[in-house]
Ligand binder design. Sequence first.
Ligand SMILES: Nc1ncnc2c1ncn2[C@@H]1O[C@H](COP(=O)(O)OP(=O)(O)OP(=O)(O)O)[C@@H](O)[C@H]1O
Ligand SMILES: [Mg+2]
Length: 262
Amino acid sequence: MARISLSHLGKTFASRHGNVTALADINLEIADQEFITIVGASGCGKSTLLNLLAGFDTPTSGQLTVDGAPVNGPGPDRGVVFQQTALFPWLSVEENIAFGLKLRANRRKGSSEKIVERLLARTGLAAFRSRRPAELSGGMRQRAAIASVLAINPSTLLMDEPFGALDALTRSIMQDFLLEVWEEERKTVLLVTHDIDVAIYLADRTVVMTAHPGRVREIIAVHLPRPRRYEMRSEERFIALRDHVTGIVREEAIKGAIEIAA
Ligand SMILES: Nc1ncnc2c1ncn2[C@@H]1O[C@H](COP(=O)(O)OP(=O)(O)OP(=O)(O)O)[C@@H](O)[C@H]1O
Ligand SMILES: [Mg+2]
């Protein structure tokens, strides 16, 4: 049964330059614990889609349900990690991770300390627990942001270019870190990326969107064994998937560019 269901979902923005249809007739069923990646040309509506799922914005048509209920604003069941890390600059790493837990009134102190300890260890930040975000590297900051989201134990993770600001090496380490966390915590993940290799490497299924308005162009099932290993990227079946996805994304980006020029 689907955990997340998007049915004829559409979003049109009213702007000074007229209406902009960002998303049109999106249909997608996402299973519990599925890892979905979303790719598509710039401006095709990927962030808009995640914002709707996060409950930061509302659809203008169609339906969006999580666990059978319509999304009605943000909730602790959906953790959000965007490119710019959402950490409190005046709190230490440890305090940032503990922050969300404090908001959940019914948790006993003992168990919340245990959760923070486990996440500090899991993200390799135990030795940096007292540091403020400004005293961390980009990769460490992003791990701290992920830890603070995981602390609330959301069943769904919504990630928009979560490692986009990092260098290539740190990025690839963070992808493996994310996969390890996902294998351990079994969450449903929707991750937006412009990097097709990453989209395939992480996903159970990759959704390719059309450019303007964003629709689902194709859903590609990634039948690569898990756990994924970095070396898989040079295997023939990986390269075949990458070429296929790249072909569609390029086609859509070119179509979009022609439409904009017209
Ligand atoms: N608040 C808004 N008001 C008006 N138009 C908007 C708003 N937010 C997004 N749009 C428009 O909706 C379309 C989709 O934007 P969105 O940010 O979702 O694209 P994206 O796929 O995330 O792009 P990128 O890959 O560059 O991040 C764009 O045409 C954008 O201009
Ligand atoms: Mg975006």
